[in-house]
Design a protein around this ligand. Structure first.
Ligand SMILES: Nc1ncnc2c1ncn2[C@@H]1O[C@H](COP(=O)(O)OP(=O)(O)OP(=O)(O)O)[C@@H](O)[C@H]1O
Length: 563
């Protein structure tokens, strides 16, 4: 199982390294058995006071020991190489997993899992290969080789050695199974604690300003208590496992001692050989002790490997293919969240190429969710989207879409670098978004460094850069969600002027609560309770006297009104 997991995780290159590692370790075990067997003639000569006769055996023992040392070094190097393959595979997949995981599945638990697997999984696998698999493989192959070698001394040693090894392996596996349940609970509790801690840290500004830090820590306290319970359970379950392994160890030693005594009693072993058997016994004990001490780590390692393998093998969607430009038609779109909330239901929407559609409606009516479906960020529960009459996947939609959200995240570079274009077009975009004067205080304009995630700019400035960046990025569909929600009049005007600049050049959908944005609308869609209730030009909807007309009335009554 462990072997299959390692192969699946590391792929072809890792499989070659693993084969090499296994061959070297097994070969080293064979040499270790040879070193033990060489002691028999060596000690014979020494007990007979025949130093000259012992010379060649001593030389052979030194040569074998040197060979073991070199092979073990090489095996350890291959083990590290294998771990590095795993780190690369996990790292590569980590990036893909973050890129392809649907946003609604990028939960705190998933993020925490990704962080621990990508950050620690590869390193854990490296140390696991060197520290865990080496002794296990050595113990198993050493025992098998030794059983064969002992056949030539007395047949009784072979079954005792093999039976002892099987008994011990069985005990290790059973104790691993006993501890697995407790370990799963422990992993779950650790993830929960990790998640709660991150949440608590992220919520600090809000909790401190609200004076609710103490109450906010309740969830963390609960998670810590859960973690303590899980650790206690894990430790308690380790006791029967360890008792089982130590009983198997005692039985093996007893059997070996009995076989030595019987062989000596029959005269098949002389005193020297019986003494050598003590050394052989010590070597067997050494191997077995190494394995039994690792029994408790075996299940943890197995669990990590299972997690890594599932992670690496989890299917990810490809980057998607950008469809040929055409009318975008959504049919029967419905989105129901996992908790049963119906965000959007039965929506049919046509977006003709180059038109600008503005979606309005009360808070929570499903505007953002519909926009997320059009941008390919959310898979609809029902319905399909087609471009130019051909059905497209969410990944295809992502490939053709540029999106601007309320929270614009910028790269830690200058505004100019964030826009990623040069020449006259850049100047035009900068001027349309009125970025030549950003930020007002430093006067560096487009050469201003924006700081990490753009945090040296105000929210409004960040959004202006975000929208300018969206306008410069390729994409047949531009979706803008609430980009003006937090803006003052100046910023709002800059953004409307930017959008007006691309009007007619690409299909645009804007979700807004602000009447100013409606100036650029070819068509207005009004949503209520997850459905489209009205759709048409502003003039048509005003004249219809329905939901849109009522909203217009409210806007007229309260300037700068925000729902
Ligand atoms: N992840 C989620 N899980 C459960 N319900 C959700 C989730 N995201 C949104 N909702 C619910 O789906 C409905 C539609 O939300 P959506 O964000 O699309 O509305 P909206 O019209 O954009 O609102 P606003 O104008 O306030 O941004 C709301 O009832 C919201 O509470």
């Amino acid at each position: 199982m462990i072997v299959t997991d390692i192969r699946r995780i590391t792929g072809a290159a890792g499989t070659t390294a693993f084969r090499r590692f296994t061959a070297l370790t097994v070969f080293s075990s064979g040499l270790q058995v040879a070193a033990v067997v060489l002691l028999i003639p060596l000690l014979h000569h020494l007990f007979d006071h025949n130093a000259a006769g012992a010379g060649p055996w001593t030389a052979a023992l030194i040569a074998v020991t040197a060979a073991i040392w070199m092979i073990e070094r090489s095996a350890a190097g291959t083990g590290v190489e294998l771990g590095l393959h795993a780190m690369r595979a996990v790292g590569r997949h980590g990036v893909r997993a973050i890129r392809d995981t649907p946003l609604e599945q990028l939960t705190p638990a998933r993020k925490s899992e990704l962080r621990s697997l990508v950050g620690g999984g590869g390193i854990e696998l490296t140390s696991m290969v060197v520290l865990l698999i080496t002794p296990i493989l050595t113990a198993v192959s050493f025992t098998c080789f030794l059983a064969v070698a002992l056949l030539f001394i007395d047949w009784r040693f072979a079954p005792v050695t093999i039976a002892g090894a099987v008994l011990l392996l069985g005990a290790v596996l059973v104790s691993e199974r006993i501890e697995r349940g407790a370990d799963d609970a422990f992993t779950g509790a650790t993830l929960e604690l990790d998640e709660r801690l991150v949440e608590f840290a992220v919520a600090q500004p809000a909790l401190r300003t609200a004076g609710r830090v103490e109450r906010g820590s309740t969830h963390v306290d609960d998670a810590v208590a859960g973690g303590v319970r899980a650790v206690r359970r894990l430790l308690l379950w380790q006791i029967p496992g360890q008792m089982l392994t130590s009983t198997a160890l005692q039985l093996t030693l007893l059997g070996f001692g009995a076989a030595t005594w019987l062989a000596y009693d029959d005269g098949r072993l002389d005193g020297v050989e019986a003494a050598v058997m003590v050394i052989v016994l010590m070597r067997v004990i050494e191997q077995i002790t190494a394995v039994s001490m690792l029994a408790s780590s075996l299940h943890t390692v197995g669990a990590t490997l299972r997690q890594l393998r599932e992670f690496v093998e989890r299917p990810t969607t490809g980057p998607g293919r950008r469809p040929a430009p055409g009318a975008i038609r959504a049919r029967g779109i419905g989105v129901t969240h996992p908790d049963g909330t119906v965000a959007v239901t039965g929506v049919d929407l046509d977006l003709e190429p180059g038109t600008t559609t503005v979606i309005v409606g009360a808070s929570g009516c499903g505007k953002s969710t519909l926009l997320d479906v059009l941008a390919g960020l959310v898979e609809p529960t029902t319905g399909t989207v087609s471009v130019g009459e051909l059905p497209v996947s969410a990944a295809d939609l992502r490939a053709m879409t540029t999106a601007v959200f309320q929270d614009t995240v910028l790269g830690n570079a200058t505004i100019r670098d964030n826009l990623r274009i040069t020449g006259p077009e850049l100047d035009e975009v900068i001027s349309a978004a009125q970025l030549d004067s950003v930020p007002g205080s430093s006067g560096d304009g487009p050469d201003t460094r924006v700081g990490e995630s753009g945090n040296r700019l105000s929210g409004g400035e960040r959004q202006r850069v975000g929208i300018a960046r969206a306008l410069t990025a390729p994409g047949d569909l531009l979706v803008v969600d609430e980009a003006t929600a937090n803006l003052d009049a100046l910023n709002e005007r800059a953004i409307v002027s930017s959008l007006a600049r691309v009007k007619g050049r690409r299909t645009t959908v804007v979700v807004t609560h602000r009447p100013a944005v409606l100036e650029i609308a070819d068509r207005v869609v009004v949503m209520a309770e997850g459905r489209i209730v009205e759709s048409g030009t502003r003039e048509e909807l005003s004249a219809a006297g329905g939901a849109y007309a009522r909203m217009e009335q409210q806007w007229r009554e309260v300037r700068d009104w925000r729902v």
